[in-house]
Structures are given as C-alpha cells and as structure tokens.
Write a protein that binds this ligand. Structure first.
Ligand code: NI
Length: 179
C-alpha cells in the first residue's frame, strides 16, 4: 500500500468527471485501501474522493464517527458509484477540503438525503442520513462530478475563510474537519 499525493486547487484535474466502477476486483479493493490510508495520513479528514488522488472513478470514503459532537451516523463507509436519490431541507455549514488546504467555506447543502451505493464487493446498499454526515457525502459526491466546495459558495467575499493553521488530527475541534 502507499499514500497517494493529494491534488490541490487550482489543478484542472479536480474538474474532471469520474467514471463509474464496473470491475469489483482485487485492484479496486487495493486502491480503496490506499485511498483510506491517504485519508488517515492527512489532517483528520472525514472524507476523501478518488479523483483527489488522481484516480477518476466514482469511489468515496466517509467516516464522521470521530466528530467531537457525537451524532447518529453510519461510521466508516466505502461508497462505490454513490447516487443521491432524495434531498430534503437545506442548511448552511462550514466545510474544508484536503484539496483546498488554505481555506474553509460556508456552503448550503441538503439537510437530509437518501443514497444508494455499492460496496467494494459490488453489493448495493441504501442509506438515509442527515446533518453533518449528509453534508460530508454531498461534498464527496461533488468531487466525482468535478465540483469543489469553492464552486458552491454563495459569495467568495463573505463565505470564504483563510485557515490560520491547518488542523491536526489530535486537535479536539471537530467542526472544521476536511472532506
Ligand atoms: Ni473535498
């Protein structure tokens, strides 16, 4: 296994559309292991999407179970070919991203979503989620469509915030973790 380099803005590859996964084989599972290792090697990211490491397939990993404020969530999720099938409500919240290391931003997202996705074996699952977990998923699925949170800001002038120091994994603050 290996830790992959994270592609950062303004790299044009972050705008690339990722392709559906069709082969659920050992190569896929080995890649997912590397993606997770890369997520864990960084500054406490709750999520990562395959295109962030230059692999343009529809794969994301999300795990919000280490948040400071415990909320109901699904824990560690590997989502292959995720599709959001239902959106409800909306809410403004702060987001960060491994590909945008110097800033956080306020983004409007659906408050509740329904989602279907396959796992690393190709089995299909359905999920319902809300709040921060739903936000994390929407953020990661955007990466598969070549969209970063910077594209979702209502205003770059009022909704973009420079980070002083990129938060380390050991930091207790759970509210500005990256996705
Ligand atoms: Ni991101």
């Amino acid at each position: 296994m290996a830790i992959r380099a994270i592609i950062k803005v303004p790299d044009e590859r972050l705008k690339q559309l990722s392709e559906p996964v069709e082969q659920f084989d050992e190569a896929l599972r080995a890649f997912i292991d590397e993606l997770e290792e890369t997520r864990l090697s960084g500054p406490g990211a709750v999520g990562i999407a395959a295109p962030q490491v230059g692999h343009f397939q529809r794969i994301v990993i999300v795990d919000v179970s280490n948040m400071r404020k415990p909320v109901a969530n699904h824990g560690y999720m590997i989502l292959v070919n995720p599709e959001i099938t239902h959106w409800e409500g909306f809410e403004l919240g702060r987001e960060g991203c491994l590909s945008v290391p110097d800033y956080t931003g306020n983004v409007i997202r659906a408050e509740q979503i329904r989602l279907t996705a396959q796992d690393q074996w190709g089995e299909r699952h359905e999920y319902e989620m809300s709040g921060f977990e739903a936000r994390a998923i929407q953020h990661e699925v955007d990466h598969l469509d070549g969209i970063t949170f910077l594209d979702r800001l209502v205003s770059r002038r009022t909704d973009l915030f420079q980070r002083k120091v990129y938060q380390k994994k050991s930091n207790k603050s759970g509210e500005k973790k990256s996705k």
